[in-house]
Ligand binder design. Structure first.
Ligand SMILES: [Zn+2]
Ligand SMILES: [Zn+2]
Length: 369
């Protein structure tokens, strides 16, 4: 019964806003006994190997997110599957905390969540912020959900959507979560189990009907089996933030997308990046990058784990990225301000060969091989 009510909550977008008040649903703290969560954890040392074993996930058909706004980006590379498209859709683009209001309608107020959709493959999700709940509403309920999540780190704004992801609240659902190994020695599974439980949350993580499989990662290169779509390559690299944080690069059919949602630039305001960060972004077709602060904001928050829009543009140019999506917008930045900041960044990007746009909820970027 509790899970039924949680499922209703996850699906009710008319009565529940995009801010954290959605946690106010009337679930009590009684926990059912029929936990069906099974989690297999690969320990840190095994995952730290430079090449992971092939990871197989059975495909249950393509579940394409609704594309409310699609930009199509081609490249000159030739592949046997020329013309096949990787869709990258933004479901949450806000940093730090969910927010709402008429002044942010254009970009949206949900926190980090981006999906990658390859034809006939299970979806891959960057981060589990509150945007995840809305991604769940785009998926078919006909088949149990199967997919993977590449989680950058465990700050609230990157995990709060998980228990509100309705497709996971069904028998037979399965999500594989790759996440940064914790310096404390706790497994990611333990951290989630200690976070999603009373009194922080009405029920235990184990009550959710679907299966969550956690893998603790550091620097790694591995493949996700895309079924008929073939292998999807994933690279994870540690990047500077606050606490162990990963950036990711995903490649398939000759196209690539890199995701560095939270990235600390040098605190003295200079421009520079680690080898791992540059490796993730090198010659990538689409770079989704932290751009939380203006120069003035960074001056007083220089060690808060983020960077400026100018740094994001520099990073894209330095690495040879073709397109830059400014991401992880500061909660205080309203639509009009973001329009101005994005326009300025686009101008400076154009001068050095990078196409720049501001990520916003509902936007889909189609990358073709
Ligand atoms: Zn964040
Ligand atoms: Zn963070």
């Amino acid at each position: 019964m509790i899970v039924d009510r949680l499922r209703e909550c996850a699906n009710d977008v008319d009565t529940i806003g995009s801010n954290s008040s959605e946690y106010g649903h009337p679930l009590d703290r009684t926990v059912g006994a029929a936990a069906r969560v099974h989690r297999s954890v690969i320990d840190r040392q095994r995952i730290s190997l430079s090449c992971l074993p092939r990871i197989r996930e059975s495909a249950v058909g393509s579940r394409r997110p609704r594309a409310s706004n699609v930009q199509r980006i081609g490249n000159s590379r030739t592949r046997d599957t020329a013309g096949a498209v990787m869709n990258v859709t933004f479901h949450g683009v806000r940093g730090s905390t969910p927010c709402h209001g008429s002044e942010i309608l254009e970009y949206g107020g949900n926190t980090s969540c981006v999906s990658i959709d390859v034809p006939d493959a299970d979806p891959i999700i960057f981060d589990l912020g509150t945007g995840l709940r809305y991604f769940g509403r785009t998926l078919s309920a006909d088949d149990p959900f199967r997919g993977s999540c590449l989680l950058t780190h465990l700050h609230w704004d990157h995990i709060q959507g998980l228990p509100f992801f309705a497709p996971l609240l069904a028998d037979g659902a399965h999500v594989t979560v790759y996440a940064p190994a914790q310096d404390s020695g706790c497994s990611v599974e333990q951290v989630f189990a200690e976070t999603i439980k009373p009194p922080l949350f009405p029920v235990d993580l184990a009550v959710l009907p679907g299966t969550i499989e956690f893998h603790d990662l550091r620097n790694a290169d591995f493949l996700i089996d895309g079924g008929p779509a073939g292998d999807i390559s994933v690279m994870s690299r540690s990047i500077p933030h606050v606490g162990h944080t990963l950036g990711y690069r995903v490649e398939w059919n000759g196209v690539s997308v890199a995701y560095l949602s939270d990235h600390q630039m040098p605190s003295d305001g200079s421009f520079g990046a680690t080898d791992g960060a540059l490796e993730l972004c090198s010659d990538v077709d689409l770079l989704i990058h932290d751009s939380q602060y203006t120069d003035g904001e960074f001056a007083v928050k220089s060690d808060w784990g983020h960077c400026t829009m100018d740094f994001a543009v520099w990073m894209a140019a330095e690495a040879g990225a073709r397109q830059l999506a400014l991401f992880h917008h500061d909660p205080s930045h309203h639509d009009d301000q973001l329009d101005e900041l994005v326009a300025a960044a686009a101008t400076s990007g154009a001068a050095i060969g990078v196409s720049v746009f501001g990520a916003r909820e509902g936007l889909t970027i189609a990358l073709s091989g």
